[in-house]
Write a protein that binds this ligand. Structure first.
Ligand SMILES: Cc1ncc(C[n+]2csc(CCOP(=O)(O)OP(=O)(O)O)c2C)c(N)n1
Ligand SMILES: [Mg+2]
Length: 551
């Protein structure tokens, strides 16, 4: 069998059924091999878009995504999306064609392994025709089991050779790691005596599907519940849900998290974003971190207790330990009181925080826009957000039904990945309406994938927070009186650009214009909708200052 076919065979046999990419001669056979074995191929218009589609898809499908690219420029074009996936621990296999070993002077030659290592991906390679199937299987299993982005370089000479396909040995997936019993007991003891415990659940809680176990434990010790942005929506519907911790926390959430005497990060790195550079950790607060990755514990801030273990396994073990030594204040007391419950119900949502609407007839206040959209768009939605000054508005004002309703590709803080990640998310969750929230800069950077949205017939709403600028830079530098002509642009008719690609396009300058969005929602939704929202930009967003402190 041809190695390219044998590799496709092995990957399909492991469950790979969706592959994103852009096909050149070097990845033609392996991509066709996958489709011949029943996989769906999604063609992107730029490799970076393909990478972000695979990333968004894998986040919501909960399985490794596949990305197929041509050697050389096909790979380098994809690098920003690959880097985001690697930093987010997205399980992803990059099928990257590579030049033949002897093609020393090929113009396509780059050091694929060095590139993978440089951006935090795992370098892998089809080393020989005989090892190719084992190499591909190892790449896929590393992605799936270690949640890594793996770059599988596929030299053309190896791909074109013959091999004995053999069989892929079945290997049951290892069980998630349980915590040491003493560590679980120590956390139970801390929770039993805490007066104001708060749980902050991150990506590790999301991938461990740990909601129920965490809620049970939180109920037993009276903890309030929050998430990092990566796990937004995890506790949706709980009366004790504070939504996101960090720069996007509402004033009440920040107050209650800041008042904790015990804070437990569950699969959450407690980084500068989630903890506002430590400002959300009150004086004397004890910090505990639970993670299945030893290196993550204490990496961003000192913790008094670190527990190595899977989030769900650990939550269950601590709940069991707490039964042996229940809280002195009685089960379920802790931070939970009728007054706090009432305040959370009335104040924790950003849309319930009073603000002075700055809409001026020509441009709409981004908060007013987001609240208006939150009212109009069906609740069963996925919100995918690009990077920029605008990014907090959709993140904070658009509610999501659960942790599968938010796609936040911000680990690399790159502008321009939002639309493509929304395409991946939409393909993973066709049962939901996908909303891509972009800035005008990110929208125009990733605009080639508008054709993909149209071609795939995705009923997507693409909202562009259009301030005709790289707003993040404008607001960062304007206060010091710098020249801003490098970061400001003349108006662009983004609705018309959308129509050019085959979308419906509407321009929103005030709340009344949102009726056009209602009409689209009431219609057949047979083409995507681009909403060019001309937003006010009198001031920088309040989370932006926080962000620039991290530069
Ligand atoms: C690929 C990339 N290039 C440049 C930057 C620096 N940068 C951060 S935010 C931003 C502005 C993005 O503009 P836009 O999408 O319109 O969002 P806005 O800030 O205006 O809300 C830029 C250029 C980046 N983060 N990523
Ligand atoms: Mg902008």
């Amino acid at each position: 069998m041809l190695v390219a076919d044998a590799v496709a065979d092995a990957l399909a046999g492991l469950g790979a059924d969706t592959v994103f990419g852009l096909v050149g001669s070097g990845n033609f056979h392996v991509t066709n091999g996958l489709t011949e074995r029943g996989a769906r191929f999604v063609a992107a218009r730029h490799e970076c878009g393909a990478a972000s589609m695979a990333d968004g898809w894998a986040r919501l499908a909960g399985r490794p995504g596949l990305l197929s690219v041509h050697q050389g420029p096909g790979l380098t074009n994809a690098l920003t999306g690959i880097t985001e996936a690697a930093k987010s621990r997205t399980p992803l296999v990059v099928l990257a064609a590579d030049v033949a070993g002897a093609a020393v002077r090929s113009n396509f030659r780059i050091d694929a392994g060095a590139i993978a290592a440089a951006v935090g991906a795992v370098p892998e390679r089809l080393y020989s025709p005989q090892s190719a199937v084992a190499d591909a299987v190892r790449a896929y299993r590393t992605a799936a089991r270690q949640r890594r982005t793996v770059l599988l370089a596929m030299p053309l000479d190896v791909q074109a050779a013959q091999c004995d396909p053999g069989t892929v040995p079945a290997e049951p997936a290892p069980s998630p790691p349980a915590p040491a019993p003493e560590a679980a007991a120590a956390l139970a003891a801390a929770l039993a005596t805490a007066s104001r415990p708060v749980f902050v659940a991150g990506r590790g809680a999301r991938v461990a599907a740990a909601r129920q176990d965490l809620e049970e434990l939180a109920g037993a010790c009276g903890a309030l519940l929050a998430t990092s942005a990566a796990a937004k929506g995890l506790f949706r519907g709980s009366p004790w849900d504070l939504d996101m911790s960090g720069g996007f926390a509402s004033p009440l959430a920040a107050e209650l998290i800041g008042g904790a005497d015990l804070l437990v990060g569950w699969g959450c790195s407690l980084n500068m974003w989630t903890m506002r550079h430590g400002a959300l950790i009150g004086p004397g607060c004890v910090v505990v971190q639970v993670d299945d990755d030893d290196a993550a514990i204490g990496a961003h801030r000192p913790v008094q207790l670190g527990i190595l273990g899977d989030v769900a396994e650990t939550a269950r073990a601590v709940t069991a330990a707490l039964r042996v030594q229940p809280p002195a204040s009685g089960p379920g007391a802790g931070y939970r009181s009728p007054e706090i419950r009432q305040r959370i119900a009335a104040e924790v949502r950003w849309r319930d925080v009073p603000y002075a609407d700055e809409s001026d007839g020509d441009r709409i206040d981004p908060r007013t826009l987001s609240i208006g959209l939150d009212d109009l768009l069906p609740g069963d939605r996925v919100v995918a957000v690009d990077s920029g000054n605008f990014m907090g508005y959709p993140s904070m004002f658009l509610s999501v039904p659960d942790e599968q309703g938010f796609c936040f590709t911000q680990a690399y803080q790159s502008v321009g990945l939002g639309l493509a990640s929304a395409i991946g998310a939409a393909l993973a969750r066709p049962d939901r309406l996908t909303v891509a929230a972009l800035g005008d800069g990110g929208a125009l950077m990733g605009v080639s994938e508008l054709e993909t949205v149209v071609r795939l017939g995705l009923p997507m709403v693409i909202v562009v927070y259009d301030d005709e600028a790289y707003g993040a830079e404008v607001h960062h530098f304007r206060p010091n009186g710098h020249r801003l002509d490098t970061v400001t642009f003349p108006p662009a008719d983004i609705a018309q650009i959308g129509r050019g690609f085959g979308c419906d396009g509407v321009t929103v300058r005030g709340p009344g214009d949102l009726a056009q969005v209602s009409r689209w929602l009431d219609g057949p939704r047979d083409r995507p909708l681009v909403v060019d929202a001309k937003v006010t930009s009198r001031r920088g967003s309040w989370w932006l200052e926080e962000a620039f402190r991290g530069h």
